[in-house]
Design a protein around this ligand. Structure first.
Ligand code: SF4
Ligand code: SF4
Length: 421
């Protein structure tokens, strides 16, 4: 490495991992941004080359590096494709942290993003009030009145905004829920930040299903945002502070598994040991996706019919970030009357990628279009996926294409089969 150039410490830290890449190119066709652009610099191999060049002091930490770091979806499909085991997700997080520290993403959009991720998302009360205000605006249709006056970028953001659920569906879970029948274990529920506000119904369904599996469920006070969105935005230190709050809230000795229904949160929580070496390992070891916990506990018998066809779409942070693909399908296959049909493109990104659909709207639309082509070809009754960002993105795609599908979490369909029994 050059002794003359000052290299950012985050880039020096990631250098050894960049050497794992043997430039074979097997990741290229798995990469949505490479498929869309055909550019080597927009591929995993090209980005790793840039990272390594920066770490060696051969390439400046410049706007080009920053653009490619943020054009990347962080979907980690390249990790699944890579025979050399390159930990691309970690490389990307450190590169983005260096880009942020260097001030290469300054400007109003970045300041709004950073402020929302620091001052709104991790604060449950503020987030609840903001969502309530937004719900009132939607109820009075004020947003539709103002929309034509907004700049193009804000109009695009408005088009992505889902309907805010009724206040009865937005809220936290009970601190304790007993098992139904014989108690077979005790799990802790990770509620998340966006989930209680946008998908409180999924969290509530998850607790009902876990209880039906014979598991008592605790949901401790003091838990909060996992820090995934902040880490993906290059704010690693802030993400670590959020992770420490969760370490204080969850005692890994108190439960068998930490159940997560949001794939993005699950992937980050499994990496607590990397974020906070020595501190986070015990809790990280307990993290399980809800689908894994249900299958391990045993899918309840005597389910009633839920008629229709369902396409399962793998959240990137579940299939690529956590290696979980079979359990959600097993749940859907177990429901009588429901036919699981396989579309052509289940393991590739839908373009949501945290807040990527807001920060990179053009590429996000390109990536979503490919996904919706595959789903529209089958025109299912349900599209099931296990991540809030993916659910919102796919619902946008369904609306734009005029499809009939209801976008749901797999656990919701199991809950329906239980509650109609
Ligand atoms: S994370 Fe996704 S978008 Fe980024 S380089 Fe890997 S495959 Fe491409
Ligand atoms: S598949 Fe892995 S080793 Fe091959 S080019 Fe991609 S990142 Fe490098």
């Amino acid at each position: 490495m050059s002794g003359e150039t000052t290299v950012h410490p985050e880039m020096l830290g990631l250098y050894p991992e960049t050497l794992d890449c043997v430039h074979c190119g097997l990741c290229l066709t798995a990469c949505p941004t490479y498929r869309a652009t055909g550019r080597e610099t927009s591929s995993p191999r090209g980005r790793i080359y840039l990272m390594r060049g920066v770490a060696e002091g051969r390439i400046p930490l410049s706007g080009t590096v920053a653009e490619e770091a943020y054009l990347c979806l962080g979907c980690r499909a390249c990790e699944t494709a890579c025979p050399a085991g390159v930990a691309y997700g970690s490389l990307l997080e450190h590169t983005r942290a260096a880009v942020e520290a260097q001030g290469l993403r300054d400007g109003l959009p970045k300041r709004i993003e950073s402020s929302a991720l620091r001052n709104l998302v991790p604060h449950p009360r503020r987030l609840h009030w903001a969502m309530s205000a937004l719900a009132a605006v939607q109820h009075l249709a004020l947003d539709r009145v103002v929309r034509p006056l907004l700049p193009k970028r804000l109009r695009e953001m408005h088009a992505l905004l889902p309907k805010i659920p009724a206040s009865s569906e937005r809220g936290r879970l009970p601190r304790f829920t007993p098992a139904n029948g014989e108690r077979r274990g005790r799990v802790a529920m990770f509620e998340g930040c966006i989930m209680p506000e946008m998908f409180g119904r999924v969290n509530a369904a998850t607790v009902r299903v876990l209880a039906a599996c014979g598991l008592e469920v605790v949901s401790p006070e003091g838990q909060g945002c996992c820090g995934a969105l902040q880490a993906h935005g290059g704010e690693l230190e802030f993400a670590r502070a959020l992770a420490r709050s969760n370490l204080a809230a969850f005692d890994p000795e108190d439960f068998d598994s930490l159940v997560v229904g949001s794939a993005g949160c699950g992937a980050s929580l499994r990496e607590l040991g990397d974020w906070l070496p020595g501190e986070g390992d015990a809790l990280a070891a307990k993290v399980r996706d809800v689908s894994e916990v249900i299958v391990e506990a045993g899918i309840p018998a005597d389910l009633n019919r839920v008629a229709g066809t369902v396409c399962y779409d793998d959240p990137c942070h579940l299939i690529h970030g956590q290696g979980v693909s079979r359990p959600p399908r097993a749940i859907l296959e177990a429901i009588p009357g429901l036919e699981l049909v396989q579309h052509d493109d289940p393991g590739s990104c839908c373009g949501a990628a945290g807040i990527y659909n807001l920060t990179q709207p053009e590429m996000s639309r390109t990536v979503l279009a490919r996904k919706m082509d595959a789903l529209a070809a089958l025109d299912p009754d349900f599209i099931a996926t296990g991540n809030p960002g993916c659910m919102m993105q796919l619902a946008t795609g369904v609306k734009q294409r005029g499809l009939r599908a209801e976008v749901v979490h797999p656990v919701e369909l199991l809950d329906r089969a239980l509650s109609s029994a």
